[in-house]
Write a protein that binds this ligand. Structure first.
Ligand code: GDP
Ligand code: MN
Length: 385
């Protein structure tokens, strides 16, 4: 789950990280009021769950409340990377001397969190990594020891931070680390962390990604989820208890079990080559009932890239006949000509196949093995390109 900038920064502030104290507006009039309260120049910042808002014109300075209202009017409703801006953050504007990057994420290869700092802040870390990789200083953290002082100092010296800021920097790095751990985050990033005109360190931008599997421990954070800012299909999948990740291929995959789902995606990629591939990861979980299958199919078909659907169900506690009824129930509601290839195996698979066969649907083919199913799904998708 992604947090908005204002949510991330408020969370940072709870751990003692200095942030500009602004407020969120949903209308230009509100922006005017907030700017008047702040009583000085402000920055109007679009709150959308993507980076690079600055470059996209989603961040503007305003000298007066009237100007803030005008900028908010321009930014609200704007589309940034496909997302519509529904909120703006009005922060007191800061004078910037230096922009620093400071972030922490999990390094899967190392099996540890890794702190990253760079003097090239303000641009996205991926871009720094690409253009000037030597400008990123890394420190891996032992979770049992936490961030050690010498590591924080290594970061500070690595980015050539003037000595006078080290104390504040080390405090911020420690706070960010605690915030990362105590939020069950997979990313906590300040970009830019700035040295202001009056020589203070200040977190101007914040980004946090939380591990969905840790959210049950953080009711307050879970409630921050902005469903209006995420793709409709993801909201639906969560409501139905389905694990769904949209990808950009053409073969919709409906599978029970995460490992089997990944194998299925690999197989469509193997036979699809450069032309077609998986449109999604989708795990309907164990013991899926008909209505859940129907919900999953609706989600898969809501993706207009999908040219064929591959069902790969290995019945253990999931029963083949239930899945078959779910597919028919869904197809009864959603009229579609998208070719579907079904591979049912395991518990009640024969009954499931019989139910499907007896429905005599022209766009449904069954397959005996995963290899056959993947090849047929690839053929069907290619045929529809
Ligand atoms: P992003 O583009 O989505 O990462 O949004 P940021 O919040 O990082 O803002 C992008 C850039 O806008 C920053 O790197 C700054 O250069 C600039 N910016 C943001 N807030 C202020 C501010 O208060 N004053 C000034 N002068 N520039 C700002
Ligand atoms: Mn930023």
């Amino acid at each position: 789950m992604n947090l908005h900038e204002y949510q991330s920064k408020n969370r940072f502030a709870e751990f003692g990280i200095p942030i500009p104290h602004g407020k969120v507006a949903t209308t230009p009039q509100e922006a005017y009021e907030i700017a008047r309260e702040l009583d000085g120049p402000v920055v109007v910042k679009s709150q959308v769950l993507v980076g690079g808002r600055g470059k996209a014109g989603g961040i503007k300075l305003a000298a007066t409340p009237a100007e803030a209202e005008q900028r908010a009017n321009e930014i609200l409703g704007m589309k940034i990377k496909g997302l519509t801006v529904q909120k703006v953050l009005i922060d007191p504007a800061s004078k910037i001397q230096t922009e620093i990057y400071l972030g922490i994420t999990n390094d899967r290869a190392a099996g540890k969190p890794v702190f990253m700092a760079s003097s090239e802040g303000g641009v996205e870390i991926e871009q720094i990594a690409h253009e000037k990789p030597e400008a990123i200083i890394r420190q891996h953290i032992d979770l049992f020891l936490g961030l050690r002082d010498y590591q924080a100092r290594n970061l500070a010296s690595g980015i050539n931070l003037p000595r006078e800021h080290w104390k504040a920097f080390i405090k911020i790095a420690n706070a960010l680390f605690r915030c990362f751990v105590e939020s069950d985050a997979t990313l906590a990033e300040i970009n830019p962390l700035v040295i202001t005109g009056d020589n203070q360190l200040l977190a101007l931008d914040g980004k946090m990604i939380l591990d969905d599997n840790g959210l049950f421990r953080h009711k307050d954070l879970a409630e921050m989820r902005d469903t209006s800012a995420e793709p409709e299909a993801e909201t639906q999948a969560r409501a139905a208890g389905i694990s769904y990740v949209k990808l950009d291929g053409q073969i919709g995959c409906m599978v029970n079990g995460a490992g089997l789902a990944m194998t299925t995606m690999d197989m469509t990629k193997l036979y699809g080559g450069d032309l077609v591939g998986p449109a999604n990861f989708l795990d309907i979980g164990g013991g899926a009932q008909a209505d859940k299958v129907a919900a999953a199919l609706r989600i898969i078909l809501s993706d207009t890239n999908v040219k064929s659907v591959l069902f790969n169900i290995f019945g253990g506690i999931t029963r083949g006949d239930e899945v078959a009824r779910g597919i028919l129930q869904a197809l009864n509601e959603i009229k579609t000509n998208v070719p579907m290839i079904i591979r049912l195996n395991g518990t009640n698979a024969e009954e499931g196949r019989r139910i499907i066969d007896e429905a005599h649907l022209p766009n449904i083919t069954s397959a005996a093995t995963l290899t056959e199913a993947a090849q047929k799904a690839v053929e069907a998708a290619k045929g529809a390109l």
